[in-house]
Design a binder for this molecule. Structure first.
Ligand code: SF4
Length: 405
């Protein structure tokens, strides 16, 4: 039996609205937003960035997951993996009985037509989608429109004979799904690069300064099969994982543009180089808002709240760190006392997956809170962080400030 695919929800939005509000909203955060995004209590002032927390894509994905559970109470409902990179949200879905195909005891290849599979906001690869369709599963597709926009560009590159050069994390679900879109056409190719240093290496090759073997070795697990640098770097189109650091993506685009001009001349640029800004607007808004916050106020410290594996949260922390002491925390439990704050150190140079596997591996900061006098704290949160996590963090900051000697 062919798959049924729900792409626009399941007409149960109103039925799940109350549960979503209970699970993810915060009256305290709404109150602070209504108070010019500022909260004062005793010697503490907390200022929120004007854009923070759940983005439209995450909101929609979580909403659809709740609708799915309600719509199919008697069927096994699965997620392909984490719906978004926030542990609390994933735990709530598990608690509602949704199973995760990424768990070791689950077997995606054994699913049948009775299974309901929710595709995450990041999307899934072409091969994965094709398998669920073959198995006749009912699918609920929550792939974000901003991700679909990237796919559209990558498909056009492949159709027109351009190799997609994707600024992203090769193991991230979204980047894997995006890269797979290049393979919709027989001659589609891709190369994924993590950061500026990787881009410089490829640009050196384009300019003839390094050889193909070196590129193949360096990007061994980050290219389409049979990637041939001599053939596949003659015409390139830039794309990116939607949650990368905007400034870095733009810089990488410019590096490639210049390299293609150096190699082929400006007159050939239009035939050999394409670029579209595919950072999503929600990511960009959050990055812009934190820049504005830091530009308008002086803070003793900055708190960035979100999952440790959340790409966009980590990038928010990377924006803050050079300007002010910054702590990336997961939730209120990290704010233990005036002399103990648990966090994931902000890593300015390593963009790979988080190495912090267990909460017990968190770093402990002892002198994180000024012991006396006024304290000014800036706060933002990644696109996968619900207000129900942010509210208690502010409450703990308030309590610690009041407790401090
Ligand atoms: S971060 Fe952007 S691309 Fe990702 S779900 Fe949110 S809006 Fe969509």
């Amino acid at each position: 039996m062919p798959s049924v695919i729900f792409r626009k929800g399941l007409d149960l939005r109103h039925a799940v609205a109350g549960q979503l509000a209970d699970d993810y909203h915060s009256a305290a955060v709404e109150h602070i937003k209504a108070s010019d995004y500022t909260h004062r209590s005793g010697r503490l002032t907390v200022r929120l960035a004007r854009e923070f927390g759940f983005c439209y894509g995450v909101d929609r994905a979580v909403d659809y997951a709740y609708q799915t559970r309600l719509k199919f109470p008697d069927r096994a409902v699965y997620l392909t993996g984490e719906i978004i990179h926030n542990p609390l949200v994933n735990e709530k879905l598990r608690a509602a009985g949704i199973r995760f195909l990424s768990d070791p005891n689950e077997h995606a290849d054994r699913l049948g037509a009775e299974a309901v599979v929710i595709l995450p906001a990041f999307g899934v690869t072409i091969a994965e989608l094709a398998r669920y369709e073959r198995q006749g599963c009912t699918l609920v597709d929550t792939t974000c429109g901003s991700v679909l926009n990237v796919w559209k560009n990558v498909k056009q590159y492949a159709r027109d004979g351009f190799t997609a050069v994707i600024h992203g994390k090769v193991h991230h679900e979204e980047t894997q799904a995006t890269a797979s879109q290049a393979l919709r056409y027989p001659n589609g190719r891709y190369l994924v690069l993590l950061d500026r240093a990787a881009a410089v290496t490829v640009c050196d090759y384009i300019r003839g300064k390094t050889d193909a073997a070196m590129i193949l070795a360096r990007f061994k697990n980050a290219t389409s099969v049979d990637f041939d640098p001599d053939r596949d770097l003659q015409r390139i189109g830039l794309a990116n994982q939607t949650t990368m650091l905007m400034s870095e993506s733009l810089e990488i685009g410019e590096l490639f543009r210049q390299a293609m001009i150096d190699r082929y001349g400006a007159h050939e640029l239009a035939d050999r180089f394409r670029a579209f800004d595919t950072i999503c607007s929600a990511t960009q808004d959050r990055q812009d808002a934190v820049e504005v916050l830091l530009g308008e106020h002086r803070f003793d410290l900055m708190i960035v709240v979100g999952g440790y594996n959340s790409s966009n949260t980590r990038n928010l922390a990377r924006i803050c760190m050079p300007r002010v002491r910054t702590y990336h925390i997961a939730d209120a439990a990290c704010v233990v006392s005036p002399t103990e704050l648990h966090h994931q150190p902000v890593d300015m140079n390593r963009h790979g997956p988080s190495t912090l596997v267990n909460r017990t591996d968190e770093t402990i900061a002892r002198q994180w809170l000024p012991p006396s006098g006024p304290v000014s704290i800036g706060l933002t949160a990644g696109a996968s962080t619900p207000n129900s996590i942010i509210g208690p963090v502010i409450e703990r900051l308030e309590q610690c400030t009041a407790e401090a000697p």
